[in-house]
Design a protein around this ligand. Structure first.
Ligand code: HSE
Length: 412
């Protein structure tokens, strides 16, 4: 027998309003939105204002609401809502990757303590059903790696830079122009820094690492490098070598350690990432027996994200909970000290000169642009790397090279 779900919905933006519509069209579900709480009561919306309240307590203190769906973009406010709802014994669905990544340990503890279900399929790559697959389908096959294009905004920018290179203004201006389009299209976060500096990709990677390797991480554990300083000359460099740049969330077990980071990668034609374009996301899973499998789908937008929330609602009708089976078996740890081959470029030649690379294998300098290719220890690429080196663009070399380099390193 399925449980009747009485939903209290927080947020009626892009995803919240999408869910409202998607749920209206899904007649098979025994679920209904009973109350909707929003921050701004005066905002014009697709349904009458009488449907909304701005008082969180109207949902959280209502004992008839048995499911809270949190779809707001303010991670701090979401934390308050989600933890209060769990403490009141309500099941919770959230799409807030920042909230989940920053409070993983607390949220896992709370949902166990109060015996509720906490689901978040929509938080990672929107429409791609990756979390439940990692939990259910891959729970017997030992996983060796997971990589993804997990941010639609960055991928949209990188795709357009690659496809429209000849018609774009040179330098970093092209990036700025396309970012504006990504904001207009509704892919970017309210604070697009999260997209273009790799934080959003990192939060999603942390969630993937939890369900792939059973490893709890905090954001500071995982390096994130973004695409903010990319220039048209960097894209040209890639094209001349038959490569493409993609912002990849990378986690792989190498020599018993999990190597994890978010960084722009030069990828070859045989990479899962090469043909993933615009706002599409992709996740490539490598397992011991099943080998490599690749999921592709829309990673942002109203209906694609709402579809994942809908799937969680559907699962909750049968009291589904993530079991985190791998969490209890995990003995791995993160590796954070190895050398890696990088490309670094700048228009500010003095800024580039400050970066010391080992085994430099390629260098170019002109009056307005310079780059070098060599090796660097990953521990030097701290989270403040770009703050300390504001004009640099840095990219790693693709998956097969990384795997080989790191395993050689960790073996020594
Ligand atoms: N800003 C995010 C992206 C939205 O561009 O992928 C979906 O999480």
């Amino acid at each position: 027998m399925s449980t009747k779900l009485k939903i209290g919905l927080f947020g009626f933006g892009c995803v919240g309003s999408g869910l409202y519509e998607v749920l209206n069209q899904s007649k098979l579900l025994n679920a209904s939105i009973e109350k909707i709480v929003v921050k701004d009561l005066t905002k014009k919306r697709s349904i009458p204002a009488s449907n909304f309240s701005y008082d969180p307590a109207s949902i959280l203190d209502d004992p008839t609401i048995n499911l809270v769906v949190e779809l707001i973009d303010d991670a701090e406010a979401a934390h308050e809502i989600v933890t209060t709802a769990i403490r009141k014994g309500k099941n919770v669905i959230s799409a807030n990757k920042k909230l989940i990544a920053e409070h993983l340990a607390e949220l896992l503890m709370l949902k166990d303590q109060y015996g509720v279900s906490f689901l978040y399929e929509a938080a990672v790559c929107a429409s791609i059903p990756v979390i439940r697959n990692l939990e259910e389908y891959y729970n017997n096959d030992s996983l060796t790696g997971i990589e993804g294009i997990c941010n639609g905004t960055s991928n949209y920018i990188l795709t357009r830079l690659n496809n429209e290179l000849k018609s774009l203004p040179v330098g970093n201006q092209a990036f700025e122009l396309i970012l504006e389009d990504a904001k207009k299209a509704g892919f970017a976060e309210t604070d697009p820094t999260l997209d273009i500096d790799g934080f959003d990709s990192k939060y999603k990677l942390q969630i993937l690492i939890l369900h792939t390797f059973g490893l709890k991480t905090i954001p500071e554990d995982v390096l994130n490098l973004g695409i903010r300083h990319i220039k048209t000359a960097d894209v040209l460099f890639a094209q001349e070598k038959g490569l493409k740049l993609r912002l990849v969330s990378f986690a792989r077990k190498i020599e018993g350690k999990v190597v994890a980071f978010v960084a722009p990668l030069f990828v070859k034609e045989d990479s899962f990432a090469y043909d993933i374009n615009y706002e599409f996301n992709s996740v490539s899973i490598e397992a011991h027996f099943s080998d490599k499998q690749v999921f592709i789908g829309k990673g942002a937008g109203s209906f694609p994200t709402a579809s994942a929330v809908l799937s969680d609602i559907s699962a909750l009708q049968y009291d589904y909970k993530y079991e985190y089976k791998k969490l209890f078996n995990s003995t791995s740890d993160l590796a954070q000290d190895f050398d890696i081959k990088v490309f670094v470029s700048a228009e500010n030649l003095a800024a580039l000169a400050k970066i010391k690379l080992m085994e430099v294998e390629e260098e170019f300098t002109s009056l307005k642009y310079a780059y070098k290719v060599g090796r660097i220890n990953i521990s030097q690429l701290t989270h403040n790397f770009y703050r300390n080196n504001p004009d640099l663009f840095l990219a790693f070399y693709g998956e097969s090279e990384i795997k080989l380099q790191i395993s050689n390193e960790l073996n020594h």
